[in-house]
Design a protein around this ligand. Structure first.
Ligand code: FRU
Length: 441
């Protein structure tokens, strides 16, 4: 069953968000997409647009595999000053071309002058080529202080991220390397570098995030916080985990426009390459997380990333009802926003007729989510996070997923699930404030 309020395409495979950009009132989301099936392959850029980051409309494929070259992950910018010569305010996609006949990845451009409805691939592609098999996922942004474009891109297999700069998106010069000391795991993907506000101050710092395919804690999305002078990223913290679930991967952001607190928004793929193939076929595979506003909170180790669900998503939900899970088994509709205390102990279990279970427990300050699936045991998983404070725990449940946001955004845990049916049983201990999706006009 399709998610009720998370984005998923009508059919086929979806993975990484790509080319997140805003133009003239529309939030664009491109994404890794296979137009031909539910498995990874024929990678192209799917496309959806939203007026508010809460409701999405799917559009035709924006960039398709062609000439034995798949369209891998990347970003998009609005070239206001026409630096690249594709036209003032052209939407320019910067993506990785990945050959299907040999191991070769390189960076390419495509431009649109009709609000992303059609793109023309640049005749001079590739614009950046190191003749390597694993060189991908360019994330590009405009750096106003040095008035040039900056790209962060990975040499995946070497666990390295490089910074390049360009005056025109077409010619790129290597500047520096992101320090990688102490990073756990192997295979770097989907880097993201962004300036974030620090809560309660006028200061900012930069966040560097990279997804580690295997051997890293949590979902593999690791970050460090530091400064960026236009040339070099200088970390002030060690590596931390952006999401303690198993399935929040390849997140990137819309860096503009920002909200009143100067926060940009990011979104991640609620999946990963190891688990997706075990999900039972249902005509489509893969959904996005909710968009989350980003900021930094000072703590003893330096800074922590804070992720707050985009406020417009809350307006999808009606007023809260309170249910007492102690009264035995309660029915729960498949799309719900649950509110629980962060300063007491409780445990909730959702289950369906096939015996699938999703159990959330808060005990001794540690929140655990356990997924058990007797139909597909490869999906069995236990994820835990130590809460950084007593703040309320929000659980965003949808057909297919659970996102737990606690510690006022500092503690996040995202997992898919395959509970079946329209209603599940809720058993447990504790009072739960429940909101259901509001009827839409
Ligand atoms: C991450 C990733 C990227 C690559 C894309 C291909 O999920 O492996 O590194 O560009 O997916 O689909």
């Amino acid at each position: 069953m399709h998610p009720r309020y998370h984005y998923a395409p009508a059919a086929n495979w979806l993975s990484d968000p790509n080319g997140l950009v805003w133009q003239d009132g529309e939030w664009h989301m491109f994404y890794q997409y296979n137009p031909f099936g539910e498995e990874w392959g024929h990678m192209s850029w799917g496309h959806a647009v939203s007026p508010d980051l809460a409701t999405w409309q799917e559009l035709p494929v924006a960039l398709a595999e062609e000439d034995q070259t798949m369209i891998f992950s990347g970003s998009a910018v609005i070239d206001h000053a026409n630096s690249a010569g594709f036209g003032a305010d052209a939407m320019v996609a910067i993506y990785t071309g990945a050959r299907t006949d040999r191991l070769h990845q390189f960076q390419c451009l495509a431009a649109s002058t009709d609000h992303g409805r059609t793109f023309a691939k640049f005749a001079g592609n590739p614009v950046l080529d190191r003749k390597m098999a694993d060189f991908r996922d360019p994330s590009v942004f405009w750096h106003e202080p040095t008035r040039r474009w900056i790209m962060v891109v990975v040499l995946s297999d070497e666990n390295r991220a490089l910074l390049y700069s360009s005056p025109d998106l077409k010619s790129w010069s290597e500047m520096s390397e992101i320090p990688r000391d102490g990073a756990p795991g192997h295979l770097w993907e989907c880097p993201f570098l962004v300036e974030l506000p620090i809560e309660g101050s006028q200061e900012t710092r930069w966040l560097f995030k990279v997804d580690v395919l295997s051997g890293a804690p949590g979902s593999g999305a690791l970050y460090r916080v530091g400064t960026f002078d236009g040339v070099r990223f200088m970390p002030e913290t060690g590596w931390q985990v952006a999401d303690h679930g198993d399935e929040f991967y390849a997140a990137i952001g819309w860096t503009e426009p920002r909200d009143r607190m100067d926060r940009p928004t990011w979104i991640g793929w609620m999946g990963n390459h190891a688990v997706q193939k075990h999900l039972p076929p249902q005509g489509w595979r893969g959904a996005m997380s909710l968009p989350r506003r980003l900021s930094l909170r000072p703590d003893s180790g330096g800074f922590r990333l804070v992720q707050t669900v985009e406020p417009s998503c809350r307006t999808l939900f009606a007023n809260a009802e309170t249910i007492t899970a102690d009264e035995g088994c309660q029915p729960l509709a498949s799309a719900a926003l649950l509110g629980l205390p962060g300063n007491s102990e409780w445990s909730l279990a959702l289950s369906d007729d096939a015996g699938r279970r999703l159990a959330c427990t808060l005990a001794q300050g540690t929140l655990t989510v356990e997924r058990t699936d007797p139909v597909t045991p490869q999906l069995d998983k236990r994820c835990a996070m130590r809460l950084t404070e007593d703040a309320p725990v929000e659980i965003w449940l949808d057909t297919g997923s659970i996102e737990v946001i606690a510690g006022r955004g500092a503690d996040c845990l995202t997992l898919q699930h395959r509970l079946a049916g329209e209603a599940w049983a809720l058993r447990g201990k504790g009072e739960v404030a429940v909101r259901y999706l509001a009827a839409r006009a």
